[in-house]
Every structure is written in C-alpha cells, then in structure tokens.
Design a protein around this ligand. Structure first.
Ligand code: BES
Ligand code: MN
Ligand code: ZN
Length: 470
C-alpha cells in the first residue's frame, strides 16, 4: 500500500515559511514590506500571479521565506507548482536539510489539506523499475484530522497512478485481485472472487472476453460498511491489457493499453477514500478483471454472447470488450437495489476524440445528480463534462440477430457505449458512468506524464456532499 511520502513531516524546528499571495491580496501585502523587498519584487516582476515564486533572502544570502503566487480561490495544483519550482531552483543539499511550511493563519484548514496533497502529488514518481533518490522539498503538514484526510487522498491518487503505470506483465487479473485484497484488509472489508466455471455461469460476458488469456479472468467484489446505511455500488473496468482481441489493435493504438484497467484503479481508489473517511454508506465494489487477449480460444467477431441479465449480444467487434464486461458487472450491481451505482471505465477512444484527453465525459440517468456532479467537478477543479444518454440513438445498437450489438459502425461511440451499459441496469437505479482516458500525455506540476486520476476527487466531493454527516 502506498503511504504518505517521507517528505511530508510533522516536525521542524525552523521551517522556511511560504506566503501564499494572490493578484488581489498582493498589492495590500506589499505595502507593509521593507523598501529592500519592494525593490527586489519589482526587479523580479513578482505580482502574486498563480505559478510565480519569489525567494526572499537575508543579507547573507540565506533563504528566509518564499512568496508564492496562487489562484483565487486557491487550488490543489497551485501548491504542486510551488513544490516543483522549489525543487528545480534550490540545491539538493539545501533541500535535504530544510523544511518548508505554509503560514497556518494564511490558509483555511481545507486549503492546508490541499497544500499537503498538492505538494505530495508534485513529488509522485513511478520509480519501481528505476529508483530515483533525488531529494524532494519537505513540507510541514497539518495536524489531525486534516492530516488523515490529506493522507487518504495522497494514497488514493498514488494508487491510481501506480496501478495504471505498472505494465501488464506485472499487473494481470491476479495482481488486480491482490491490490483489492490489500485495500480490503486495511479497512476490514470482505472480498469475494469468482473465477473459472463459476465465472462462466454467473458472469458469462466477463468469461467470454477474458477466456483467451492464460491469466484467468475474474469478478472481484469488495463489501464494506453498515447494512443500514444507503447502498453505494462502484464498478470499474479492469482490462489489464487490451490487445483488441481478434480485431487486433494496430501498433499505435495498442501502445498504451496497459492503462485499460484505469477504471478499476479509480473505483478502488474511490473505495479507499470512502472507507478511510468513513463515509456512511454500505459500499460494494465490483471489478471484472480480464486480459483482452488473442488465442485459439478467443471469442470471435460474429459470436452471439449470453449475458448475466439474459440479454443476448452480437459481438460485432472484439475491441469493444469493456462494455461487455461492465454489462455483467452492472447487472449484478443492480440486483441488491443500491441507492446509486457509479462506474469508471477507459471505455472509448471516441470520448477523447470528442473532448480531448483532459475532460472526461460522464453520463447519468438522473438530472439532479448530473448537476450536482458538474458542480462538484467545477468546485474542486477536477474537470468532467456531462454528455447525453440520447435515447433516439438506441436503434444504432440493435442487432438483427440478438438483442444488442456491442459496436455500432458510426461515429458517436461514447454515447452508444453508454446506452449499451444502460440496457443492463434495472431501469430504476440512479447511475453515473465516467468514460476516462486515465493518462497524462505531457507532464504538468503535480500531474507527471503517465497514469493519472480523472474525476476521482470530483466524484468523492459529490459523495461527501450526498452522504457525509457533518
Ligand atoms: N480501451 C479501449 C478504449 C480506449 C482507447 C480508451 C484509447 C482510451 C484510449 C476500448 O476497449 C476500445 O478499444 N474501444 C474501441 C471501441 C470500438 C471498437 C467500438 C475504440 O474506442 O476504438
Ligand atoms: Mn478495446
Ligand atoms: Zn478496452
């Protein structure tokens, strides 16, 4: 389990203070400063703009404090920018012996928590295969309960990134199970795994997609919480590698497909947040974990597949495998009448074509939830954009020989795939579906290139608003 990194500390005798300033607060603040500092600030054109940093030094050259420009209101990644600038500007030897601290009077408890999270995210590195020991700037972190909350976010986000970044040779369906088992044990949740003949019977679509791989497909289920609390069920697409199956992906399209379990990573990380913050829900997490592989035993184009719900699916493309495994998991999700079902999936290339890599589309069958999630996403600056479950498109996923096709041969797949999933629900359960890319193409402060979380903080904010008793 990923733990809060050691560069976050609770003890420091003489920390270097960081003063967060905004373009609005800066003019008033500078009036009260010494003539010397005023002159320097002018020279360095520091104006409190987000991303600007000024190192204020004593006469003898020792760093006395750091002025940091942040947005108004301050956001998580503002603090990542500060950490990145400090690391790239100051000497490693100096960083090793120094602790930085935000003036507690200048930040609300929520902002102090975000400072700690943003700082830690700037220090995230995936160095399992090539250790990197260069020192990261150390930060004095808030006390409990903010400390616990920050730690949970850092763990959850690092977990998403680690799971996505780990290549498929070291992360198959079994390792996905182990990752879920570790989280389950930490929170005393129960874990149930269905595989082999039992999987074929209970989750026929999961079995059909995963059966070509020597690494056994499985349905992994975690349960936690009081039976009397409202039922929240999370589902995550766990395709550990997506070759495309017999409709094999071309080289460029297959390159990043170790990330195709990104939905499962998000759902598991969200479960970790819910359990560590003790959100009063009866939690259930369902992860169908498979390799979409190629072999003589693979499912084929044209196969007509049975599903858990009883609907038949004409498999028009083995590369539209995500919606197949999710279909069975969503059907199972609805069987115990949950109050809300949320699924996360790296489902379609079409989502990226529509909104680009950084704004995941989401779908929901409940307008009130749609507004609440959009608001939460905007508030915590974790972008999401609602797309329509356009019912008039339903004929596009009809098949002449089965109830449904998994792939319609016309643009708009992000909507068709969502409509396909909707058919496996029970027609009354509230549902949110997130179609995410899960990958940062070029690195930004706090968001290094590679696996990345999308919508995780937004959905958690929605859950806290909906369920947490203050
Ligand atoms: N895992 C992919 C979707 C994907 C591709 C997500 C690239 C992020 C980046 C999914 O299983 C897939 O292959 N979808 C196909 C569906 C098509 C065959 C209907 C796609 O999007 O091309
Ligand atoms: Mn695919
Ligand atoms: Zn896929």
């Amino acid at each position: 389990m990923t733990k809060p990194p050691s560069f976050l500390t609770r003890t420091a005798t003489d920390p270097v203070m960081i003063i967060p300033l905004t373009e609005k607060s800066f003019p008033g603040w500078i009036k009260k400063q010494t003539a010397g500092l005023k002159a320097r600030i002018k020279e360095e054109t520091f104006a409190g703009k987000a991303g600007q940093v000024l190192f204020d030094r004593d006469k003898d050259g020792t760093l006395s404090r750091v002025l940091a420009g942040v947005s108004d209101p301050v956001q998580l990644y503002d603090f990542s920018k500060v950490a990145v600038l400090i690391k790239s500007t100051l000497q490693p030897e100096f960083l090793k012996k120094t602790v930085f601290a935000f003036d507690e009077s200048s930040l609300t408890p929520a902002d102090a928590t975000n400072a700690c999270i943003g700082w830690a995210l700037a220090g995230y590195r995936f160095d399992r295969y090539k250790p990197d020991s260069s020192p990261l700037p150390r930060l004095l972190c808030p006390k409990a309960p903010e400390k616990k909350r920050a730690a949970a976010f850092i763990e959850a986000i690092s977990l998403v990134r680690d799971l996505i970044n780990t290549p498929a040779n070291d992360l198959g369906p079994e390792e996905m199970e182990l990752a879920m088992r570790a989280i389950a044990e930490q929170h005393k949740a129960t874990l149930k795994v269905t595989k082999g003949a039992a999987l074929e019977k209970a989750y026929p679509l999961v079995h059909a997609v995963g059966r070509a791989s020597p690494r056994l497909p499985r349905l992994i289920e975690l349960r936690w919480g009081k039976a009397t609390d409202p039922k929240l069920t999370l589902v995550g697409k766990g395709v550990c590698f997506d070759t495309g199956g017999l409709n094999l992906k071309p080289t460029n399209f297959m390159a990043l497909m170790k990330k195709d379990m990104g939905g499962a990573a998000h759902a598991l990380a969200l479960a970790h947040l819910v359990m560590s913050q003790k959100v009063p829900v009866r939690l259930r997490l369902l992860v169908p974990a498979v390799d979409n592989d190629v072999s003589g035993g693979a499912f084929r184009p044209g196969d007509i597949l049975q599903s858990r719900k009883g609907l038949t699916v004409e498999n028009t493309n083995t590369d539209a495998e995500g919606r197949l495994i999710l279909a069975d998991a969503l059907a199972a999700a609805c069987e115990d009448d949950p109050a809300l079902v949320i699924d996360f999936a790296t489902l379609t290339g079409s989502a990226r074509a529509a909104l680009g890599p950084d704004v995941p589309p989401f779908f929901t069958n409940n307008d009130k939830l749609g507004h609440a999630l959009q608001k939460a996403a905007d508030t915590v600056e974790d972008p999401l954009w609602r797309m329509p479950l356009w019912q008039a498109y339903r004929p596009k996923i009809e098949s002449p020989v089965a109830d449904l096709v998994n792939s319609a041969k016309t643009p708009g797949d992000l909507i068709y795939s969502a409509l396909f999933l909707e058919r496996f629900l029970d027609g009354k359960t509230d549902w949110i579906h997130l179609d995410l890319y899960g990958w940062q193409d070029s690195g930004l402060p706090g968001k290094p290139a590679g696996g990345t979380d999308m919508g995780l903080r937004a959905v958690f904010a929605l859950l806290e608003e909906k369920y947490a008793t203050a």
